[in-house]
Unconditional design. Structure first.
Length: 216
């Protein structure tokens, strides 16, 4: 059995991760695309080698299956991720992200702690995705207030003093709405309140506050 055929089949099966990652963000799905691309490359090499020397190598069916799985799951995964991306924002909410909240060099030179495009969203209904910081609430059930952060790995589950103001958002659930803690991604919507003075006066208070009326 040609090793490339086996490897192609394995990478083809792993390509389902493109769709699984696409449930969170399109960018996450794109990060998984090397899996099917490798599966395709290995599969085509294996098919060529096996076809050229059939007496020496076996595994043509496995190589072709790896190619088919890689291609189908690549296209289907990215398609699904794209569908989620364009349909997840509820009507009436402006999409935004923690990446938008970070001021660039031009913003900082102009003394804009909050990027101008984001500042226009103050008082408006927005939609944002992030993670529930576990130590930001006393309870894990029926939580009314918590900290939504950019990610659960690189920046935001470490020392709170190291978390930048643009990587966090205080969430206050409105009315009878509440959430339960989960380690996965939260999709939140509500009225955004921006307090740029909290980023420059040494305050530990949040710059971004969401009066949430939508959570999933």
């Amino acid at each position: 059995m040609h090793s490339g055929a086996i490897a192609s089949l394995v990478f083809g099966l792993l390509s389902v991760l493109v769709a699984l990652a696409g449930r969170d963000t399109f960018e996450s799905a794109v990060l998984m695309t090397p899996l099917p691309l490798i599966g395709l490359a290995l599969g085509f090499v294996a098919v060529r080698r096996i076809s050229a020397t059939p007496d020496m190598y076996k595994g043509l069916a496995a190589a072709r299956a790896g190619i088919a799985l890689s291609l189908i799951l690549l296209v289907a995964g990215l398609g699904y991720a794209g569908y989620v991306s364009v349909t997840e924002v509820p009507e009436g909410y402006a999409p935004t992200s923690f990446a938008d909240f970070k001021p660039d060099e031009v913003d900082l030179r102009g003394n804009h702690i909050v990027p101008p495009d984001v500042a226009k969203l103050d008082g408006q209904k927005v939609f944002i995705k992030g993670y529930f910081r576990p130590d930001s609430a006393k309870f894990t059930k029926n939580v009314k207030q918590f900290l939504l952060v950019r990610d659960n790995n690189q920046c935001c589950f470490g020392d709170m003093s190291t978390v930048q103001f643009f990587d966090q958002m205080a969430v206050a659930m409105s009315g009878d709405l509440a959430v339960d803690y989960k380690p996965g991604l939260f999709r939140m919507g509500g009225k955004l309140h921006i307090k740029p003075e909290n980023a420059v006066n040494g305050s530990r208070l949040p710059v971004y506050v969401l009066e949430a009326d939508h959570a999933e």
